[in-house]
Ligand binder design. Structure first.
Ligand code: ASP
Length: 653
C-alpha cells in the first residue's frame, strides 16, 4: 500500500532516488495547495524566516531571504538542498575566503541538521535549471548561516522510508513525522477537519462542545479503559464515545452539536483500529434519518480534497438484509460485483452429500459466487487455501467448479451436478468459459458471511495477478440501513443485545413488535460505508424515558441504575434527536491511501496498545498506587504466556 500511495503521489515519474525525493516533496505540497482553502495562508508570519523552502520562484529573483530548514543533502561541498514541509530549495555554499565561516557551518553540519540561511535569490546558470523541481529555476546565494541544531547519526534515513520497520518508525516517531507521507497525511487531515468545522459551524450553525474524558462505566458495548480514583474501590471509565453527553446536550437545548472527539476502547489495535481514536461526533434535535444522511453527504462533499475527485451525492442506500445476502457483510465493497447468489432451490434434489445435508435442515441454504476468469488466474493452491479457510474458520465445505466450457464441469463432484442444475447455474450466475464457481451450504447468515470473506479473498488474489477489480482512485460511498435493533448474544442466543447501542430508536413501523417479538424489530440505525470499510454510524435515538427504560430493563436486562441520569433527563422535555459519528482516522486512511490508521495519527499505539517511543503503559511504584487503594496482583509466568498468546495481534508492529 505504501508503494501504491507513493506511486499515486509521483505518478509517471521514474528518476533516481534523490530526484524522486525532490519530486515527492513538490507534488505533496502541490496537492496540499490544490486542496487548501481559497485564501492563501501566510506561512512565515511570526517566525525567523521570510519564506518557506518550497515557495521561491523566478519572480523572487534579487530578493533577500531568510530560510530555515533541514539539510536534505549536500553535493561536493558546493550545493546544499534545504527542506521544510513546503518543499526543497538549492543553496549555493560560498567558496570565497571571507565567507569561510559560512562554508564551514554548511559543509560540516551533518545531514538532517537544522540550519538558518540568509542570502539572495539568484537565477540558476543556463543548463542547470531543474524543470521538475518547483524551485528549480532559482538558488540561494548564501551570505550568512547559522547551525540551529546539529543532528546525530539517524536510526534510519528520512527519505528512505520504504525500508524501515513500523516498530522502528514508532520508536522514533518524531523523525518518521519528517517523512513526506506523514507530513502529507497529517496536513491533509488538518485541512479536512478545518473544512468540516467550517461547514458545520459557519454554514450550518453547529456548536462545538467538549465533553468529559473521565466518565463512568456504560452498560454493553466495547470494553472500557478504567481509571483509578482516590476514593476506595471507585473508578472512572474512559468514554467509548460521547454518546450519552451528546444526547444530554440535546436535552440541554444545544440542538446542533459537534465535536472532534477522542474515544477510547480497550480492544487491541488492528490495521483499522486503535485503543484511542477520533470521531467527528454529531447530534441534532428535530431530525430524521434522511436529515442526518443529507448533512453527512454535504459535509463530505464540502471537505473532500479537490484532487481526489468529486463526491457524488446522494449516496446509494442498501438494507442490511441485502448487504448480508449479496455481499456477506454489513460493509459491502460495492466497487466490484461477484455478488453472492442463493441457489438453494436449484439444488433441492442434489446428490451432493454436504449440500443435501444442509438443505435438509430448516435454515439450510446453498450459496454461490462466480469468479470471472478464475480458471485463468487462480491456482490449485489458492483453491486449497480457500477450502482450508472455510473449514478452519467456518467449519464449512466449499466446492469449486471450474468451467472450462459451459458443458464441462471440472469439479470433484461434477458428475453429481445434474444437467439442469448445471445449466441453471450458468443462467443464474451468467457464467462464461474460464469462470470458477464456488459453492457452499449452511445456515443463511453463516453461509453468506463465509462467501463474503471468500469474495474479498478472491478479489485480492485476482488483483495480485494483475486483474483490475477495484479502481484505487474510486471512492464508493454507501448507506447501509434497516439493521435489526437487537441480536442474539453469541454466548447465549436466547438473550438479546443491542446491535449497536441501547439508545437506538426502533423503526417506527416495527414498534409494536418490541413487546412481542423484539428480535424482529428493525432499528433506525444507519452505517456509512466507504470502499468496504465502515467509516461512520449513527441513529435516531429513543427520546421517551419509558421506552428507553423498557429496552434497557426488559429487553436487554441491563442494570438501569447505571443510566438513571439519562432516563431522568429524557423525562424533562427531551426533544426527538439523532446523530452520527464519523471515524476520522479510518476516513483519512482511505482518503490518503495509507496502509493503516496509524499512518494518519501523529503518535499512534502499536498493535499491543503500547507507545513504543515513551514505553507507555509503564509501571508505577507501589507507594504511588497507595492513594488509589490498589495493588498489582502480578500474574504467574504461565498466565503471562497465556495472555500474550491470546492477544489478537502478538507482534509489536
Ligand atoms: N456513538 C456512536 C458510536 O460511537 C455513534 C452514534 O450513534 O452517533 O459508534
Amino acid at each position: 500500500m505504501f508503494s501504491c500511495w507513493l506511486s499515486q503521489l509521483c505518478r509517471g515519474l521514474s528518476t533516481p532516488t534523490r530526484r524522486t525525493t525532490q519530486l515527492i516533496w513538490s507534488s505533496a505540497s502541490r496537492s496540499l495547495v490544490l486542496s487548501s482553502q481559497r485564501r492563501i495562508p501566510e506561512l512565515s508570519s511570526f517566525v525567523a524566516r521570510t519564506n518557506t523552502c518550497g515557495e521561491l520562484r523566478s519572480s523572487h529573483l534579487g530578493q533577500e531571504v531568510t530560510l530555515c530548514g533541514w539539510i536534505q543533502f549536500r553535493r561536493q561541498n558546493i550545493f546544499l538542498v534545504l527542506r521544510d514541509f513546503h518543499g526543497l530549495v538549492q543553496v549555493v555554499i560560498p567558496q570565497d575566503e571571507p565567507a569561510a565561516s559560512v562554508k564551514k557551518i554548511l559543509c560540516e553540519a551533518p545531514m538532517e541538521s537544522v540550519v538558518q540561511v540568509s542570502g539572495t535569490v539568484i537565477s540558476r546558470p543556463p543548463g542547470q535549471k531543474n524543470p521538475k523541481m518547483p524551485t528549480g529555476e532559482i538558488e540561494i546565494k548564501v551570505k550568512t548561516a547559522k547551525l540551529l541544531n546539529s543532528c546525530k547519526k539517524l536510526p534510519f534515513e528520512i527519505k528512505d522510508f520504504m525500508k524501515k520497520t513500523e516498530a522502528l518508525r514508532l520508536q522514533y516517531r518524531y523523525l518518521d513525522l519528517r517523512s513526506v507521507q506523514m507530513q502529507y497525511n497529517l496536513r491533509l487531515r488538518s485541512q479536512m477537519v478545518m473544512k468540516m468545522r467550517e461547514y458545520l459551524c459557519n454554514l450550518h450553525g453547529f456548536v462545538d462542545v467538549e465533553t468529559p474524558t473521565l466518565f463512568k462505566r456504560t452498560p454493553g458495548g466495547a470494553k472500557e479503559f478504567v481509571i483509578p480514583s482516590r476514593e476506595p474501590g471507585k473508578f472512572y471509565s474512559l468514554p467509548q464515545s460521547p454518546q450519552q453527553f451528546k444526547q444530554l446536550l440535546m436535552v440541554g437545548g444545544l440542538d446542533r452539536y459537534f465535536q472532534v472527539a477522542r474515544c477510547y476502547r480497550d480492544e487491541g489495535s488492528r490495521p483499522d483500529r486503535q485503543p484511542e481514536f477520533t470521531q467527528i461526533d454529531i447530534e441534532m434535535s428535530f431530525v430524521d434519518q434522511t436529515g442526518v444522511q443529507s448533512l453527512i453527504e454535504g459535509l463530505l462533499q464540502y471537505s473532500w480534497p479537490s484532487d481526489k475527485g468529486p463526491v457524488v451525492v446522494p449516496f446509494p442506500s442498501m438494507p442490511f438484509a441485502e448487504a448480508l445476502a449479496s455481499y456477506g457483510t454489513d460493509k459491502p465493497d460495492t466497487r466490484f460485483g461477484m455478488k453472492i447468489v442463493d441457489i438453494s432451490d436449484m439444488f433441492r434434489n442434489t446428490e451432493v452429500g454436504f449440500l443435501q445435508d444442509a438443505l435438509s435442515k430448516p435454515q439450510g441454504t446453498v450459496k454461490a459466487i462466480c469468479i470471472r476468469k478464475g480458471a485463468k488466474y487462480l491456482k490449485r493452491k489458492d483453491i486449497e487455501s480457500i477450502r482450508k479457510f472455510a473449514a478452519d474458520h467456518f467449519n464449512e465445505e466449499v466446492l469449486p467448479i471450474f468451467l472450462k466450457t459451459n458443458e464441462n464441469w471440472n469439479s470433484p463432484v461434477a458428475k453429481f451436478i445434474m444437467e439442469e442444475q448445471g445449466s441453471g447455474l450458468v443462467k443464474l450466475l451468467e457464467t462464461q468459459e474460464e469462470d470458477v464457481v464456488l459453492l457452499t451450504a449452511g445456515e443463511h447468515k453463516r453461509a453468506c458471511s463465509l462467501m463474503g470473506k471468500l469474495r474479498l479473498e478472491c478479489a485480492d488474489l485476482l488483483e495480485a495477478r494483475g486483474v483490475v477489480l477495484r479502481d484505487p482512485a474510486l471512492f464508493s460511498f454507501l448507506w447501509v440501513v434497516d439493521f435489526p435493533l437487537f441480536l442474539p448474544k453469541e454466548e447465549n442466543p436466547q438473550e438479546l443485545e443491542s446491535a449497536h447501542h441501547p439508545f437506538t430508536a426502533p423503526h417506527p413501523s416495527d414498534i409494536h413488535l418490541l413487546y412481542t417479538e423484539p428480535h424482529k424489530v428493525r432499528s433506525q440505525h444507519y452505517d456509512l460505508v466507504l470502499n468496504g470499510n465502515e467509516i461512520g454510524g449513527g441513529s435516531i435515538r429513543i427520546h421517551n424515558s419509558e421506552l428507553q427504560h423498557y429496552v434497557l430493563a426488559t429487553v436487554l436486562k441491563e442494570d438501569v441504575k447505571l443510566l438513571s441520569h439519562l432516563l431522568q433527563a429524557l423525562d424533562y422535555g427531551a426533544p426527538p434527536h439523532g446523530g452520527i459519528a464519523l471515524g476520522l482516522d479510518r476516513l483519512m486512511c482511505l482518503v490518503t491511501g495509507a496502509p493503516s490508521i496509524r499512518d494518519v495519527i501523529a503518535f499512534p499505539k502499536s498493535f499491543r496498545g503500547h507507545d513504543l517511543m515513551s514505553n507507555a503503559p509503564d509501571s508505577i511504584p507501589p507507594e504511588e498506587l497507595k492513594p488509589y487503594h490498589i495493588q498489582v496482583s502480578w500474574p504467574t509466568d504461565a498466565e503471562t504466556e497465556k495472555s500474550s498468546s491470546n492477544h489478537p495481534c502478538r507482534s509489536e508492529s
